[in-house]
Design a protein around this ligand. Structure first.
Ligand SMILES: Cc1cc2nc3c(=O)[nH]c(=O)nc-3n(C[C@H](O)[C@H](O)[C@H](O)COP(=O)(O)OP(=O)(O)OC[C@H]3O[C@@H](n4cnc5c(N)ncnc54)[C@H](O)[C@@H]3O)c2cc1C
Ligand SMILES: Nc1ncnc2c1ncn2[C@@H]1O[C@H](COP(=O)(O)OP(=O)(O)OP(=O)(O)O)[C@@H](O)[C@H]1O
Length: 523
């Protein structure tokens, strides 16, 4: 009797890589033929939920198209291919099932949020109708969901530190999966389809801005190169903790986020490379701190599992009644970088021009929007959703809730002081002058508060407040304490706090993580 060939369709979404790809590996072990599939889902290109910004902006779209192309090239080298389709995955999968005859399973990596889970539900319905098995794999986080040391996801702590300590002491990161040299082939008769262009989506190439902190392309190959650069070629990872609050250039932080968001790099692979680096070169607070940050990423994904759609609710996780405003004029000034507060404006212009903003910048502009302007935090979250090249639904909404004071921040009423932050992290004002050309002629840290300058200083710098550069749309009383404070050191944080960016790589002695925790309070 002839046994029918086993065909498995692998729907790839945010796992656009070959290395450590459990979906492809499972299919390889269980099928005679594999159909790796990527769908350009039109729902990703509509408007955001409340404020109708384009859901996927040009920087991220470009990055995504490059990532898809890179994966298709890699899979071809591995005896496979990537089928590219435009449409709803559930419809495309149904068509494939009809076209291919008996499909034994559809496999994909699970997501955590409503829109993605709705797609999964529709795929399951299609598969049930056709008697096809669905195989789900959890793979987006460093720690596997099933290894968490909590009886049920509802017992996930609401405080990050408690989560981190529990996983660090009670769980192990699973090893990466060894992939085969060659994958099982595609069945005959399928057309691969070509990668669409930005114009196909009605968008234009966002020309690269020479000032960008993220001048990289999408795709697994680029992600792996970046890791080699940051770890092995330059040892930048060994000074990450000292530089991570920087604002200018490629090297102050890993820049892994855009690749992690598309799944071009596996967090477990990063983890293994850190461990290898620690063994072969040096282990210090910085090498540990990359893992510490990756755990934030895990945490927000698990928070989304715990709270479901509540991560998108106006009242947040805490069900807090905050009288948010929806003032369009104030919001427009924020999003266009013309609030009259240089530190905010520089960051918002960088985001619009490049699709990237540093973590320090994101915390500040989010605090400014929600705490200084009192604007509906979802306006900010949706603006980021539109523009960020590294947009990740859980990290974005989780961080916005946190910044708005209705998420996982245990501290009450945390608010950043824009002037103090500007002086702490951009003491000499170089970052402001990079993005706010109107203020280019104001020297040093004075550029953080142009309204405090004398008329003669302003006219000397060719600045007319209210004309060439706006007056601040809001003024917080606590700013005045810092307005005349000169930075103690150009580009570096004031020594007393010792936490600003230092661009000189320091090679720490490995004093152990326990030593570290006995000295530092957690965020
Ligand atoms: C309001 C706001 C919105 C944000 N939106 C996103 C988003 O959509 N996508 C996203 O990946 N990050 C988001 N972040 C977190 C953080 O700003 C970015 O991950 C980081 O700036 C990306 O640069 P990097 O890869 O060089 O980070 P690094 O400093 O090199 O950190 C290494 C990795 O750790 C993870 N990480 C670091 N900080 C955080 C954090 N606070 N939360 C979750 N993961 C973290 C990221 O995966 C990052 O790639 C947001 C932060 C804020 C305050
Ligand atoms: N992946 C995602 N990215 C962005 N937003 C999402 C995602 N998944 C779900 N949401 C949003 O989560 C929210 C909650 O969805 P739900 O259907 O429960 O509420 P809703 O009734 O649509 O909300 P509202 O009453 O505010 O219009 C919606 O705003 C939805 O668009």
């Amino acid at each position: 009797m002839c046994v029918p060939a086993r065909i498995i369709v692998c729907l790839l979404r945010n796992d656009l890589r070959f290395h450590d790809n459990e979906v492809l590996l499972w299919a390889h072990r269980n099928a005679d033929y594999i159909v790796p599939l990527y769908c350009f889902d039109p729902r990703h290109y509509l408007g955001t939920h409340h404020y109708n910004f384009p859901k996927t902006g040009p920087h991220r779209l470009k990055f995504l198209l490059e990532s898809v192309q890179d994966l298709q090239n890699t899979l071809k080298k591995r005896g496979s291919n990537l089928l590219l389709k435009r449409g709803h995955p559930e419809d495309i999968i149904e068509d494939l099932i009809k076209q291919l005859g008996p499909v034994s399973a559809v496999a994909f990596q699970e997501e955590a949020t409503k829109e993605e889970l709705d797609v999964e539900k529709s795929i399951k319905q299609v598969c049930t109708r056709h008697g096809v098995k669905v195989h789900l794999i959890w793979g987006s986080t460093l720690y596997h969901r099933d290894d968490l040391p909590f009886r049920h996801i509802s017992s996930l702590p609401d405080i990050y530190t408690q989560f981190r300590k529990a996983v660090e002491t009670q769980c192990k990161v699973r090893p990466t999966n060894q992939m085969p040299e060659q994958l099982k082939p595609l069945p005959a008769g399928l057309e691969e389809g070509s990668v669409p262009t930005l114009e196909d989506f009605g968008q234009q190439d966002p020309l690269s801005d020479p000032r960008t902190a993220f001048p990289c392309s999408g795709g697994e190959s680029q992600a792996l190169q970046r890791l080699d650069y940051y770890f092995w070629d330059t040892n930048l990872v060994a000074s990450y903790k000292d530089t991570r609050n920087g604002l200018i250039g490629m090297d102050y932080s890993t820049k892994f986020a855009p690749w992690l968001a598309c799944g071009c790099i596996s967090p477990r692979y990063i983890f293994e490379q850190i461990r290898r680096y620690e063994k072969e070169r040096t282990a210090n607070q910085s090498t540990y701190w990359v893992i510490f940050e990756l755990l934030w990423r895990d945490y927000f994904r698990f928070v989304a599992l715990k709270y479901g759609s509540r991560i998108f609710f106006l009242r947040g996780l805490q069900d807090k009644d905050v009288p948010w405003k929806k003032d369009q004029q104030l919001f427009d000034a924020w999003k266009e970088g013309r609030t009259g507060v240089p530190f905010v404006d520089a960051n918002m212009r960088e985001l619009a021009m490049t699709g990237f903003m540093s973590n320090r910048g994101r915390q500040n502009v989010a605090s400014f929007l929600t705490k200084d302007l009192g604007i509906d935090w979802r306006m900010g979250a949706e603006w980021f959703e539109y523009l960020l090249v590294d947009y990740d639904v859980c990290s974005n909404y989780g961080n916005w809730l946190y910044s708005a004071g209705i998420g996982n921040d245990p501290r009450e009423n945390r608010k950043f002081n824009m002037i103090k932050q500007g002086l702490d992290y951009d003491g000499n004002g170089d970052y402001i002058r990079l993005w706010v050309s109107e203020l280019q002629q104001i020297k040093g840290g004075d550029v953080h508060a142009p309204w405090a300058l004398s008329n003669s200083a302003l006219s000397h710098a060719n600045v007319t407040l209210g004309k060439t550069y706006p007056l601040p749309i809001v003024m917080a009383p606590e700013w005045s304490r810092h307005v005349n404070q000169k930075p103690q050191d150009s580009g570096a944080a004031p020594a007393k706090r010792g936490k600003g960016p230092s661009y000189t790589p320091k090679h720490h002695r490995n004093r152990g993580i326990d030593f570290y925790f006995s000295r530092n309070k957690d965020v």
